[in-house]
Write a protein that binds this ligand. Structure first.
Ligand code: NAD
Length: 355
């Protein structure tokens, strides 16, 4: 196995963003090909999941890992965790991953000396993190130590964020009588739907998995919208819980909701989309703040081993968001800019204390 710390053209890569280290990992025996990106370790070791995906090419994998890794720096810092940001991607050839591959990945993580801590992400389930733990201590969310699937905690944080946004924008203490449109009813979206319904919301759901969305709609007495129209339906809150880029130059002018608050990563197609939303008077809960419940449940599993205590900790994301909304209202910038500033200020202060 080889771990090569640099790549030609890396420093000038448009998404490089001052990464501390980027490692290209290969293991001939297991067929592993991976990239591990450590963006920033100022606040602590870089925690971020390992994604396994069949990328179109290596350039796409590199772009993905660099963007996700920087995103983890912001997410962990804004969530108040003493952790830096990093991420790994494994380049899938379309075949199933083997335990040998995960063990080889664990050995590659070890070579970074604890600067990077891995966890599950798209394409990496519980069995994978357990296999990684056979060769590496630098892994979280294993079945031996942890609270299991992070999705319910992500959903709990999103629900807390929706409530904070509703309180701020509409002055309401519950979702009773409000309508909530949810794009993507997978692990997180379905849980958010159940929580919102229990709190009194009427639901409009959409998912490309038509059968599954119909089953959930029956369970929750919800209506179903077309996947290409869910962002534009008449609702008080739009909740993106599918893939990134849901908020863009085409969809934002069509939004009818006063609030956007959901779990998907990278919801804004470009940073200008935050300005577009603010310009339309739509309150946007920055994605990397509202969706931090899962990473909090992984990072702090030993401090809050009981689900109720963890939900209380994750629920604090609602307070973080309330304060961001107030700063934005006072003219402090878009909610996205303020959230980035909160994260970067924490890192700058830690750096200054260190030197
Ligand atoms: P998931 O794969 O379980 O659910 C995603 C759902 O979106 C699926 O049901 C899928 O069919 C649907 N979908 C895909 N494209 C769609 C489209 N164009 N329109 C409507 N539906 C579509 O994933 P998840 O774990 O629920 O995560 C949802 C989002 O939240 C992802 O963007 C993920 O990166 C982000 N996120 C998840 C967690 C977590 O703990 N699971 C944590 C942070 C962020």
């Amino acid at each position: 196995m080889k771990v090569q710390p640099v790549h030609r053209g890396m420093f000038s890569h448009p998404d490089f963003a001052g990464h501390e280290a980027v490692s290209f990992v290969s293991d001939a025996d297991s067929g592993l090909k991976a990239i591990i990106a450590v963006h920033d370790t100022t606040l602590g070791p870089a925690l971020g999941g390992c994604r396994r995906w069949a990328y179109d090419d290596e350039a796409a994998a590199l772009k993905d890992v660099l963007r996700l890794s920087r995103g983890m720096t912001l997410k962990n810092a804004a969530a108040g965790l003493d952790l830096g940001g990093g991420k790994a991607v494994i380049l899938s050839d379309g075949n199933d991953a083997t335990p040998a591959m995960w063990r080889a990945f664990g050995r590659a993580v070890n070579r970074l000396g604890g600067d990077y801590i891995t966890a599950e992400d798209v394409g990496t389930g519980q069995a994978a993190v357990d296999a990684i733990a056979e060769t590496s201590p630098h892994v979280r969310g294993t079945s031996a130590r942890g609270l299991g699937d992070p999705s319910p905690y992500t959903a709990w944080g999103v629900f807390a964020g929706i409530k904070a946004a509703v309180k701020h924008a509409l002055g309401a203490d519950s979702l009773k009588g409000l309508s909530v449109a949810i794009q993507g009813t997978g692990n997180v979206g379905a849980d958010v739907a159940r929580l919102a319904r229990k709190d009194g919301a009427g639901l409009i759901l959409a998912d490309i998995r038509e059968d599954a969305v119909m089953v959930l709609a029956r369970e929750l007495d919800a209506s179903v919208a077309a996947v290409d129209r869910i962002h534009a339906v008449k609702a008080d809150v739009f909740v993106p819980c599918a893939l990134g880029g849901a908020l863009n130059a085409k969809t934002i002018p069509e939004l009818k909701a006063r609030i956007v608050a959901g779990a998907a990563n990278n919801q804004l197609d470009t940073p200008e989309d935050a300005v577009r939303l603010a310009g339309r008077g739509i309150l946007y809960a920055p994605d990397f703040v509202i969706n931090a419940g899962g990473v909090i449940s992984i990072a702090l599993a030993e401090d809050f081993p009981e689900p109720d205590a963890m939900r209380d900790r994750v629920g604090q994301l609602g307070d973080v968001l309330s304060s961001i909304f107030k700063t934005a209202e006072a003219g402090g910038g878009t909610t996205d800019e303020i959230a980035v500033r909160i994260a970067e200020n924490r890192i700058t202060a830690a750096r200054e204390n260190r030197s």
